[in-house]
Ligand binder design. Structure first.
Ligand SMILES: Nc1nc2c(ncn2[C@@H]2O[C@H](COP(=O)(O)OP(=O)(O)OP(=O)(O)O)[C@@H](O)[C@H]2O)c(=O)[nH]1
Ligand SMILES: [Mg+2]
Length: 232
């Protein structure tokens, strides 16, 4: 049994949750928490049926969810998984293994050698290029000499509870992951990545509209800029 917490991040993901449930390594984790953004589609009831404690956020947003998880969990290692079909359940234990091996943060990367990204079609390829650019900029501005981080914004990741609290994050919505990666780079922390295969969404609806979320990432970049190498 792993002395870690598996955090399932959901906002109306009943279809994905049902489809993926049997692939999740529930029994391997000492602690499993359904961290819910206020689902009304039966997601919360599903967790309860399975005997999984549910934490419902006071306000929506993935950033809020990360901070609620750090408060609610008692384990020192946290693995965040979103059961919407994009993330491969087989990587859950791999991410935890990176932390066990000494990483401060572990990210499932959709880019770089051996990785597969779901983005197909012109608009989605553009989205992949934007993601890649955001990562290159983050490495250039904030790295303190760590190996390149290919996927600075992916939500499928693990980190130490203490590290998450220490980062003192402020982002409320989607770009929380970008802020976490930037602040971890800037502190010189060890960031491991495991190549992943991103799958297609299973049912439900996307909550991250591309353009507004893209702009939100740029805002995070601007907020963090004073801590960058440009001002060192
Ligand atoms: N707890 C919590 N989870 C959220 C919140 N917003 C989104 N999520 C979950 O975060 C995951 C990622 O959101 P998506 O809408 O799939 O974003 P995305 O992966 O960029 O978009 P797709 O490519 O369409 O899947 C999903 O499992 C959502 O249910 C929130 O406010 N709170
Ligand atoms: Mg998704």
């Amino acid at each position: 049994m792993r002395d870690s917490a598996l955090i399932l991040l959901t906002l109306n993901e009943i279809e994905g949750l049902r489809a993926l449930w049997d692939q999740l390594p529930i029994g391997e984790f000492r602690e499993v928490i359904g961290l819910d953004g206020g689902s009304t589609d039966g997601t919360q009831e599903f967790f309860k049926e399975k005997g999984i404690p549910v934490v419902v956020q006071p306000i929506r947003g993935r950033g809020v969810a990360f901070r609620c998880a750090a408060e609610a969990a008692s384990s020192e290692r946290l693995v965040f998984f979103s059961p919407d079909g994009n993330e491969d359940p087989a990587d859950i234990v791999r991410l935890d293994d990176c932390l066990i091996a000494g990483a401060d943060v572990a990210i499932a990367r959709r880019f770089g050698p051996g990785a597969v990204n779901e983005e197909d079609g012109e608009l989605l390829k553009l989205r992949a290029r934007v993601n890649d650019t955001l990562s290159q900029v983050a490495n250039r501005l904030f790295s303190t000499g760590q190996p390149r981080v290919y996927d600075t914004i992916n939500g499928f990741r693990a980190l130490r509870r203490k590290a998450l609290l220490e980062l003192d994050t402020t982002v409320k919505r989607f770009p929380i992951e970008y802020q976490i990666t930037i602040r971890s780079l800037q502190r010189g922390w060890r960031i491991d990545e495991v190549p992943t295969k991103e799958g297609q969404r299973i049912g439900g609806e996307r909550k991250a509209a591309s353009w507004p979320v893209g702009v939100d990432h740029l805002k995070v970049l601007l907020t963090e800029l004073p801590r960058s190498r440009l001002f060192a």
